[in-house]
Design a protein around this ligand. Structure first.
Ligand code: ZN
Length: 361
């Protein structure tokens, strides 16, 4: 793999990831761009203990541009985009309208007053472009391209984890306008958070309780239990297992674990990395076949990785889910879910797993 780091006109970093070592990436961003300032704050909810990022400076961001103004297509002729090269394989760059930025430290003052705890939103938000093809989805990628994306996620996890103040690195993809995606060009994002995310806090607390009660790791026990009674197992590889969780919150939800527990992407071995693309692409393609012939399935793919300072009980895994319940119907987070964090799922996890096996390639 070849990694080429460059700067955009406003000083943001852009990194090309290429499978071949010979790619020419000596292109300059010719746009007249002014540097933006991030005024993000991270506030701690005194009642729940959750962190909330307040990024009021993001209101001016690009919203559903026409295809000929796509900022994620390569720069061709006189149409200049975020990517200066006329073609690319995988590209990662700093978001122009980040929720979190290292520069926030200079703009926002920390305040540790009880009940009013506030810190600058220090961190980083990156965009990951999986392909130069405006029309292609992740599911359309070749295995070798999906592997290059895995390598880029891994590289970013290692680098962002080392930044001062970063507590957790989160790689994810939102797919589909139904999820709130504002750019049609297939892409993912990476957030380097200055705190441990609320869901991870809860999962690690459960893992510690499980350790105290049984002496064992929670995630290892969950995976072993699913394999022992594989009614919810969707796909099994030599190194990875995908299953619908026992208490799935979403109509179709799959958790993909490496069979050997690791803390984050940087700890995967070569055989584990080599098997991942085939398994993940198959899961995405099955998602697109769930609702026969209707529009592409909207989904969220979320990598759970160990926080920088709580690594012993955590388990790298990917959570993939759709908010679509059935053809033409979405699951909305309404009063019960949004008001109380209490999910009601209209599809049984066992029948979801059956359906996900039924639509195998
Ligand atoms: Zn595009």
């Amino acid at each position: 793999m070849q990694k080429t780091t460059t700067k955009l006109a406003d000083g943001r970093e852009l990194i090309y990831f290429d499978a071949e070592e010979s790619a020419d990436r000596a292109y300059t961003d010719l746009r007249p761009l002014e540097a933006t300032t991030a005024l993000s704050e991270v506030r701690r909810d005194p009642v729940t203990g959750d962190h909330v990022t307040v990024a009021a400076h993001r209101q001016g961001r690009i919203y559903h541009p026409p295809a000929d103004e796509c900022p994620l297509c390569p720069s061709r002729d006189d149409r200049l985009s975020e990517i200066p090269a006329p073609d690319y394989e995988v590209v990662v760059f700093e978001n122009r309208f980040p929720s979190l930025a290292l520069g926030a430290a200079a703009e926002v003052e920390a305040d540790l007053t009880p009940l009013r705890e506030l810190k600058p939103g220090v961190g980083r938000c990156e965009v990951v472009c999986f392909t130069a093809d405006h029309e292609a989805s992740f599911a359309d990628l070749s295995e070798s391209r999906a592997r290059l994306v895995l390598d880029a996620w891994t590289d970013r996890t290692a680098e962002l984890s080392a930044l001062p103040g970063v507590e957790q690195v989160y790689c994810f993809e939102n797919r589909g306008a139904e999820i709130g995606v504002t750019l049609a060009h297939s892409h993912g994002q990476i957030y380097a958070f200055p705190f441990v995310t609320p869901r991870t806090v809860r999962m690690l607390a459960r893992a510690e309780e499980h350790r105290a009660a049984t002496g064992r790791n929670l995630f290892e026990d969950v995976l072993a239990a699913e394999l022992a009674d594989p009614v919810r197992v969707v796909l099994r590889g030599e190194h990875w297992t995908a299953f619908v969780p026992f208490a799935a919150r979403w109509p179709y939800e799959v958790h993909l674990y490496p069979n050997r527990r690791v803390a984050d992407l940087t700890e995967l071995t070569e055989p584990e990395r080599a098997e991942f693309p085939g398994i993940y692409l198959e899961l995405l393609r099955r998602f697109d076949r769930l609702f026969d012939g209707s529009a592409p399935t909207p989904y969220i793919a979320a990598w759970h990785q160990a926080p920088a300072r709580h690594r012993t009980e955590a388990a790298l895994h990917l959570e993939l889910f759709t908010i679509r319940r059935t053809v033409g119907k979405l699951k909305f987070l309404a009063g019960v879910e949004s008001g109380m964090d209490a999910f009601i799922n209209d599809v049984s996890p066992e029948s979801a797993a059956h359906r996900l096996r039924e639509v195998a390639t």
